[in-house]
Design a protein around this ligand. Structure first.
Ligand SMILES: [Zn+2]
Length: 350
């Protein structure tokens, strides 16, 4: 099974990124604001600057316009932005940040420049901004939800050898539980597979697009090579155009391609944040981070989409929990709560 090396040495995902490359035909362009370089103040637009070819925006002034107050810790090199509704901690020279208590991974490292702390414009416009202010996004409907149980048939997904457990069985079980919960709430729900069969990744996206999905939720479980202690939850949304995926240290030509899924970066950012928050809150697992990747299903679906890696089958204790109906029920409940929270955010944009 093809695998993708991640940021963390020895860590692997479960073979999601290795399918046919998407058509990338959308004409929608990334909207990085490039205001003139002005001094930062609460009244003026935040200053912007290009650093190594990347457009950066001064964070303190950008957040001030959303009502956030800033405090810089020179020793830790962190800028903390706080308001009544949220808290963001940025660390200079790091792509990892904290957003409302969650680990989140940005496309570019936060940067110090001429006494200010700067964040890549795409990270603000396509990720942080939508999560903090979903009411500013264009309204969209939520009628049909497509749930995608990862793997199936000959593709077992990752495995726990000791417990003889296959990822494909757990993804289908959680998907069916989630289907029941969402259908009870009145949504039309479609699964990309309802039994133990192989479905190619592009076919999953095509099924969702034909069903006119308003939301796409792909369910997976994780594994890590050579470190059985690793456990917890990861959540993924599609990498915005002109950015690197979380697992990529360097830019690649793929970064420049606009994917179908990039039409929905803003709402996907909101969806992923709600899902990650609900999973962490319900499961009380380790926060492995809210990340970006160009997995095939995320690239190719024409609606807001998220992929969750709800736990590690390579961790025996977590695998034993996943092997219980109660825990799989908890995962489904967390995902259903995430959809409800997403729906509530959608309502603010109407
Ligand atoms: Zn998987």
């Amino acid at each position: 099974m093809p695998r993708v090396r991640s940021l963390f040495a020895g860590l692997f995902l479960c073979g999601l990124a290795a399918s046919a490359f998407g058509p990338g035909s959308s004409a929608v362009a990334a909207s990085v604001s490039l205001a003139a370089n002005r001094p930062a103040s609460r009244e003026s637009a935040p200053s912007t600057v290009k650093i190594k070819g990347v457009a950066y925006t001064e964070a303190r002034a950008w957040f001030a316009r959303l009502g956030y107050k800033a405090a810089y810790d020179a020793e830790k090199k962190t800028l903390t932005l706080g308001s009544a509704s949220g808290r963001v901690v940025l660390e200079v020279e790091s792509r990892e940040a904290t957003l409302n208590g969650m680990r989140v991974f940005l496309g570019e490292p936060v940067t110090a420049y001429r006494g200010g702390v700067y964040v890549a414009g795409t990270d603000l416009d396509r990720f942080i901004g939508p999560i903090l202010r979903p009411s500013q996004l264009a309204p969209r409907p939520l009628r049909t939800i497509v749930i995608d149980p990862g793997h199936g048939g000959t593709d077992t997904g990752t495995q726990n050898k000791a417990g003889k457990l296959d990822e494909k069985n757990f993804t289908l079980d959680v998907a069916k539980r989630l289907q029941r919960m969402l259908a009870e709430s009145g949504w039309k729900v479609v699964l990309t597979r309802t039994d133990d069969r192989f479905v190619a990744l592009p076919d999953r996206a095509e099924l969702a697009n034909k069903a006119k999905a308003d939301l796409f939720v792909s369910i997976h479980f994780n594994s890590v090579a050579n470190n059985p202690a690793v456990r917890g939850t990861e959540t993924y949304v599609l990498t915005p155009r002109y950015q690197r995926s979380t697992s990529s240290q360097l830019p690649s030509p793929e970064d420049k391609v606009e994917q179908i899924g990039n039409r929905h970066d803003g709402w996907s950012a909101v969806l992923g944040a709600q899902m990650h928050r609900q999973l962490l809150g319900k499961l009380k697992t380790e926060d492995r981070g809210y990340k970006h990747a160009r997995f095939a299903v995320l690239r190719l679906v024409d609606c807001p989409a998220v992929l969750v890696e709800a736990g590690y089958l390579s961790n025996d204790a977590e695998a034993r929990k996943l092997n219980t109906e109660a825990y799989r029920g908890d995962i489904a409940e967390a995902l259903a709560a995430g959809v409800q929270a997403y729906a509530a955010a959608l309502a603010t944009a109407r």
